[in-house]
Design a protein around this ligand. Structure first.
Ligand SMILES: C[S@@+](CC[C@H](N)C(=O)[O-])C[C@H]1O[C@@H](n2cnc3c(N)ncnc32)[C@H](O)[C@@H]1O
Length: 247
């Protein structure tokens, strides 16, 4: 990205949950728990990789999990820390980079939701993140994450807008996908009702499924499953999002 470009998840942080209000996070959490059950996992303390404002972490805390979440964006973590923990266990948030974090602790499980790992724009960085997560897991503990596919970018998943006057946050997004590099750059414009307009540029890479599987094996995961998101079925050519379960 050229220097001077607006960064991602900076000015957006205070508005992120507003933007995501139609996202059925409870369904995401139910699906995570279904996958845990399906693959015989029963974690207590889980690591939320790229936790954003901690929406999933709070949902899991509410149903009794202990969660440690981290994110590259200090603004997202600041927003996460401002929310009340609805659960009985500690909910911890830290600023860290998935490609090189070092917490000196091992968890019973890890997850990364909402295409967060697509935001690592290089294969080396993505592979490093898988290796770091593996190091932070107890033997046999699963890492569950989702990724946008190239199909999603080809089908212009990111081209969207909602500019209705009454909205608290109006937005217009336009993606530019390069199939050669498998990188999409999404120019996002926002108009908050209660603040100044701002822009962000979001960059994602469509990691190939072979790269993901190889990265997971090289990181030390031995069992790998890939599913069409929200199902227990294998992905198809037209899956725009897939979930991986690896332990
Ligand atoms: C689409 S948001 C998803 C946030 C959260 N997982 C959720 O479900 O709401 C993607 C998040 O990935 C974070 N992120 C991007 N690159 C990262 C990295 N290298 N390490 C940690 N977090 C990263 C961003 O700051 C952002 O909060």
């Amino acid at each position: 990205m050229p220097s001077g470009e607006p960064k991602s998840f900076g000015p957006l942080a205070p508005y992120y949950e507003q933007l995501m209000q139609s996202v059925p996070y409870d369904m995401w959490v139910d699906y995570y728990r279904l996958l845990l059950l399906t693959y015989d996992q029963d974690p207590n303390h889980v690591l939320d990789v790229a936790c954003g404002t901690g929406k999933v972490a709070r949902e899991l805390s509410r149903v009794g999990y202990q969660v440690t979440g981290f994110d590259l964006s200090a603004a997202m973590i600041e927003a996460a820390k401002r929310k009340r923990n609805p659960g009985p266990h500690p909910l911890t948030f830290r600023v860290a980079d998935a490609t090189n974090f070092e917490f000196g602790e091992q968890y019973d499980g890890a997850y990364s939701f909402f295409d967060s790992l697509n935001y690592i724009p290089s294969l080396e960085g993505f592979r490093a993140a898988l290796a770091q997560v593996r190091k932070h897991l107890k033997p046999g503990a699963a890492f569950i994450f989702d990724l946008n596919t190239a199909y999603a970018f080809e089908e212009k998943l990111f081209d969207m807008s909602d500019e209705r006057k009454h909205l608290r946050l109006r937005y217009r997004w336009k993606g530019d996908y390069d199939p050669e590099s498998r990188i999409i750059q999404v120019r996002m414009q926002f108009w908050p009702r209660d603040g100044e307009p701002f822009q962000e540029v979001h960059v994602q890479r469509a990691h190939r499924s072979e790269e993901v599987v190889e990265g997971l094996y090289d990181a030390g995961f031995e069992h790998i499953h890939c599913l069409a998101s929200y199902t227990l079925d294998p992905p198809t050519r037209t899956s725009d999002r897939v979930h991986y379960v690896a332990w």
